[in-house]
Design a protein around this ligand. Structure first.
Ligand SMILES: C[S@@+](CC[C@H](N)C(=O)[O-])C[C@H]1O[C@@H](n2cnc3c(N)ncnc32)[C@H](O)[C@@H]1O
Length: 242
């Protein structure tokens, strides 16, 4: 079983990421604005997690369809933020070609797969379901900032908030960040490729997207190499359809 098929379905996951609920109040409206879609646009929130961004996306006037692999996240989504959402794998979206005006991929939800081909396939699927002229917002952690944080703590276990133990490492070639956690006796293991800026831009281009703008935070602040977030807005090439 791949790590991402297991970790997001462990009950302690919601405890570890409890802060992200409050952060949605800032991230949701910010990311909704960066999408720059018209009211009524069909937006795919992929992956949607427990739907924490849905209220802000709907408040911006978008029709939101969420999708995620985790049954536990989707169940919470239905309880707390009712609205359309489906179980799916990002490598094989169950949507027809050119159905969506926008795709939001929020909070470093790219780079999970073991091979470059699979990570590229995720972008290709986003492009397949976008209408020509439709937008993708890809919200990633900034690699340089992330690596500096990892360097400060790597290879040793430390306590986080009295709740869990954590150890962070880079893989041998420095491309992936491996995060291990132990919370209430349950072990977690995230293993995420954190691309350089040229790698992210090249992947977007190879998928058939035209990079429109890059931002350094959810408020639309300028991109910089040291920014906490690297947020890319890219547009599917081809003429927009009426
Ligand atoms: C860091 S969370 C972000 C969720 C959401 N974008 C947010 O900002 O709250 C990553 C999500 O990706 C989902 N996920 C992981 N691998 C997946 C896959 N192969 N297909 C679909 N969803 C996946 C997880 O279940 C989890 O909900």
């Amino acid at each position: 079983m791949d790590w991402f098929e297991r970790d997001f379905d462990l009950p302690a996951y919601f405890e570890i990421y409890e802060d992200k609920e409050a952060e949605a109040a800032l991230e949701g409206p910010g990311l909704a604005g960066l999408l720059q879609l018209a009211p009524g646009a069909l937006l795919l929130d992929l992956p949607c997690g427990w739907g924490r961004l849905r209220p802000a996306l709907e408040a911006a006037g978008y029709r939101v369809l969420g999708g995620d692999l985790s049954a536990m996240n989707l169940a919470r989504h239905q309880r707390e933020f009712p609205g359309p959402c489906v179980r799916l794998d990002l490598r094989r979206l169950p949507f027809r070609d050119q159905c969506a005006d926008g795709v939001l991929c929020a909070y470093t939800s790219w780079g999970y797969f073991a091979t470059p081909e699979e990570n590229q396939l995720q972008l290709q699927e986003f492009v397949r379901v976008l209408k020509p002229g439709g937008s993708l917002v890809l919200d990633l952690v900034g690699r340089n900032r992330c690596l500096r944080t990892v360097e400060q703590v790597q290879n040793r276990w430390y306590q986080v908030g009295g709740l869990y133990l954590e150890r962070v490492r880079l893989d041998p070639d420095g491309r992936r960040v491996l995060t291990e956690r132990i919370c209430r006796g349950t072990r977690f293991r995230h293993d995420i490729w954190i691309p350089t800026d040229p790698e992210a831009r090249a992947a977007l281009g190879a998928a058939g997207l035209d990079l429109d703008q890059a931002f350094g935070d959810v408020a639309g602040g300028p991109w910089s190499v040291d920014a906490e977030r690297w947020i890319y807005r890219a547009v599917k090439l081809g003429a927009a359809q009426k």
